[in-house]
Design a protein around this ligand. Structure first.
Ligand SMILES: NC(=O)c1ccc[n+]([C@@H]2O[C@H](COP(=O)([O-])OP(=O)(O)OC[C@H]3O[C@@H](n4cnc5c(N)ncnc54)[C@H](O)[C@@H]3O)[C@@H](O)[C@H]2O)c1
Length: 272
C-alpha cells in the first residue's frame, strides 16, 4: 500500500497540551519544518513559554488557554484558531494508583482529558478539514493502550479507548470518497517527560525509557511520511501479535518483560 506523504511546510498545526513535555517537543519539530503552531494548554505561562521558544527560533505560533475536556471551550477556541491542517491530540494525564485507591474524581478526569476531549477537538476541526479535503488527526495514545498495566486501570483503559477511537475514525474516513483526511495513532512506551517519574524498566535495552526529543522527532518524521501507526520501541509492536496466546500465557509473557512491575515506584508529577 503506498503512503501519501504529508509535508508540514506552510501548514497550520494545532497541538493540545503543548505547554510542556512531549507536546512542547512536538511543537519544536513541527515549527522547524515550516509549520505555524497553535498551542493549547491549561497553563497560560507554559503555553506562552512554548510560543516564545518557537518564535525565538524563527517560527510562528500562537497560543490559547483551553481545557480540552470542556466541549464549549474547545468549540470557541477552535473557531478562534481558524484553519487547522493537522490536529495533534497530545494532552493527557495519569493517576497511577491501584483501582481501589483511585478516587472517583480522578477516574472521571482521566477519561474526560484522555478520551472525551478527543471527541470535542476532532469534531471541532474535522468539518473544516473535510471541506478543504485535506487534514490529519494525530492521536497520542500509549503502549498502555495495547496492554493493560497494573496501577493503570483508568490510564490504560483510556488509552485503549484512544486506539479504538482512532481506528473507528480511520474506517469512517476510508468510507468517504476522497475525504483527503487521514489519521495517525502513536503508541510510545514510557518517555522521560516527568509524567511517569519513578517508573522502571526491566530490560532497558529492549524496552528503554524513551527520550522525549527522539519520540517527538520520530512522530513528526512519520507524520510527514504518511505513517498511520507508530509504536515505539520496536519490541512493543509484538504486543498485538502476542494476543494470539491464551490469556494466561499472554500475562506470563508481559510479567516476564516486567510490564506489571514498571509502576511499583511511580511518583509521576504528584498531587494530581
Ligand atoms: N510520558 C510518558 O511516559 C508517556 C508515554 C506514552 C504516552 N504518553 C502520552 O503523551 C502525551 C503527553 O504526555 P507528557 O509526558 O508530555 O505529559 P506532560 O504531563 O509532560 O504534559 C501534558 C501537558 O498537557 C497539559 N494538559 C493536561 N490536561 C489538560 C487539559 N485538560 N487541557 C489542556 N491541556 C492539558 C498539561 O498542562 C501539560 O502541559 C499524553 O497523552 C500521555 O498520555 C506519555
Amino acid at each position: 500500500m503506498s503512503r501519501k506523504r504529508r509535508p508540514l511546510r506552510g501548514k497550520r498545526v494545532l497541538i493540545t497540551g503543548a505547554g510542556s513535555g512531549l507536546g512542547r517537543r512536538l511543537a519544536h519539530e513541527v515549527s522547524a519544518r515550516g509549520a505555524h503552531v497553535v498551542v493549547w494548554d491549561l497553563s497560560a505561562d507554559a503555553a506562552a513559554a512554548t510560543c516564545a521558544q518557537l518564535d525565538g527560533a524563527g517560527g510562528t505560533s500562537e497560543y490559547a488557554v483551553v481545557d480540552v475536556s470542556n466541549e464549549d471551550a474547545v468549540v470557541a477556541a477552535a473557531e478562534h484558531a481558524g484553519v487547522v491542517d493537522v490536529l495533534i491530540n497530545n494532552a493527557g494525564i495519569v493517576t497511577g494508583s491501584p483501582l481501589l485507591e483511585t478516587p472517583s474524581g480522578s477516574i472521571r478526569r482521566t477519561f474526560d482529558v484522555n478520551v472525551l476531549a478527543l471527541y470535542w477537538t476532532t469534531r471541532a476541526v474535522l468539518p473544516g478539514m473535510l471541506g478543504r479535503r485535506r487534514g490529519v488527526i494525530v492521536n497520542i495514545a500509549s503502549a498502555a493502550g495495547l496492554v493493560g498495566v497494573a496501577k493503570q486501570t483508568d490510564y490504560s483503559a483510556s488509552k485503549f479507548a484512544v486506539v479504538g477511537f482512532t481506528e473507528s475514525l480511520r474506517s469512517e474516513l476510508r468510507g468517504m470518497r476522497r475525504s483527503g483526511v487521514s489519521t495517525m495513532l502513536v503508541c510510545p512506551y514510557y518517555i522521560n517527560t516527568g509524567m511517569f517519574d519513578g517508573v522502571t524498566t526491566k530490560f532497558p535495552r529492549l524496552l528503554p525509557i524513551l527520550d522525549n526529543d527522539d519520540v517527538a522527532r520520530g512522530v513528526i518524521d512519520r507524520l510527514e511520511a504518511g505513517t498511520e501507526l507508530y509504536v515505539t520501541p520496536p519490541l512493543a509492536r509484538v504486543v498485538p501479535a502476542a494476543r494470539i496466546l491464551p490469556s494466561c500465557a499472554f500475562d506470563r509473557l508481559m510479567d516476564f518483560f516486567g510490564i506489571n512491575r514498571t509502576m511499583a515506584a511511580f511518583r509521576g508529577r504528584g498531587g494530581r
